[in-house]
Design a protein around this ligand. Structure first.
Ligand SMILES: [Zn+2]
Length: 100
């Protein structure tokens, strides 16, 4: 129950797709060009989500495809995603209005 305030540079995770962002190379960018530590470059670029209309279900399907490509079984991938994606900021926040 202490996830919110712990700073963990080494364990940054995209708050949209759940992808680990090691070292900062995969960080998305804000409109002013600065990096964001919240989302990866595949989800968020220049201050906007790349798929602003995607749903949690859609993101689950998208990520499942990547994980299966990496050798994970689809059922296992979906279980992992079902456990993690709903907890991420993009899907967890009721006040999320970015990109609407
Ligand atoms: Zn992402």
């Amino acid at each position: 129950m202490e996830q919110e305030q712990t700073q963990q540079e080494e364990a940054l995770m995209c708050q949209s797709c759940g992808m680990p962002m090691h070292g900062g190379e995969l960080l998305g960018s804000e409109a002013d060009g600065n990096k964001t530590t919240e989302y990866c470059m595949y989800c968020y670029e220049a201050g906007e989500f790349k798929q602003p209309d995607i749903t949690l279900q859609g993101m689950t399907d998208l990520c499942t495809g990547y994980m299966v490509e990496e050798g994970m079984e689809e059922t296992a991938a979906r279980k992992v995603l079902a456990d993690t994606l709903p907890l991420l900021k993009r899907w967890n926040s009721t006040a999320g209005s970015i990109g609407m």
